[in-house]
Design a protein around this ligand. Structure first.
Ligand code: FE2
Ligand code: FE2
Length: 257
């Protein structure tokens, strides 16, 4: 769990060790100043919200970006809960699985730590996307789609002022980019991204999302999810070796219905 960066831990006098799920509820594992371990649910939300507010304050581009789309800078607690409760950890687990199963020549130069951090933090910007867009039980309008699509840029802008390396930041920013570079945000000609790094995060993210229920659709099965992503291999959007690694990971570790 990385939502509380190191320097914030001291500011609040606690150390966050991680998160666990018990009976569907997320608990954060803390160590206090006296070294006592505790599980809490309520307080961490307040702390995380304060940290996010601080991140917004540190980067004026965020407010400018939000006002361009007429979005109020309100932190969506439900989204924060959903992210920390499942999607962040699931995407991370899958991304690390793909990384470990990929041939070493393909992943040379890709830092394992960046994959871990980026897969955890990629959707952080969603906490500022209005709920009526994020949880709309129908197809998004063109304007709503534009709003939805800025979440990866917001994630990047929120994290840019934190102690996070450039590789991680790029993976976060481009986690909706594909092999054909027809995703978002658009790549400027001078920009260079690690295609395989982005592929690891984006493929893990897509599989993780398909395996979760959404307001507009049910949770998809392993086979349904793999078929949807295979179509993207055929369309040239997903690298075939990254897909193969995902396929092997799913065969081995995804035992859920
Ligand atoms: Fe995303
Ligand atoms: Fe995601």
């Amino acid at each position: 769990m990385l939502l509380i960066p190191e320097h914030h831990k001291n500011k609040y006098g606690i150390k966050l060790l991680g998160a666990v799920q018990i009976s569907g509820e997320s608990f954060f594992v803390y160590k206090n100043k006296d070294g006592e371990i505790s599980l809490r649910t309520g307080q961490e939300e307040k702390i995380q919200k304060n940290i996010l507010k601080n991140m917004i304050k540190l980067n004026p581009r965020i407010l400018r970006l939000l006002s361009k789309y007429r979005i109020k800078p309100n932190i969506n607690t439900r989204t924060l809960k959903e992210l920390t409760g499942g999607h962040m950890n699931d995407t991370c687990k899958i991304a690390m699985g793909i990384y470990s199963l990929l041939a070493s020549n393909l992943k040379s130069g890709i830092d394992e730590k960046s994959i871990k951090e980026a897969s955890m933090l990629h959707d952080l910007g969603k906490v500022l996307i209005p709920s009526k867009v994020l949880n709309k039980p129908a197809k998004l309008s063109v304007k709503e789609r534009k709003i939805m699509n800025i979440h990866s840029t917001i994630s990047y802008e929120l994290l840019k002022t934190q102690d996070i390396n450039t590789d991680t930041l790029d993976l976060v920013k481009y986690h909706h980019q594909n092999l054909k570079h027809s995703g978002y945000p658009k790549l400027r000609s001078a920009e260079h991204i690690s295609d395989i790094g982005v592929q690891i995060i984006s493929t893990a993210d897509k599989y993780s999302a398909l395996r979760e229920a959404r307001v507009y659709r049910r949770k998809l099965s392993r086979i349904e999810s793999l078929l949807i992503l295979y179509k993207e291999v055929l369309e040239g959007k997903i690298h075939k070796d990254v897909y193969r690694a995902l396929f092997d990971y799913v065969q081995k570790y995804d035992k859920a219905a």
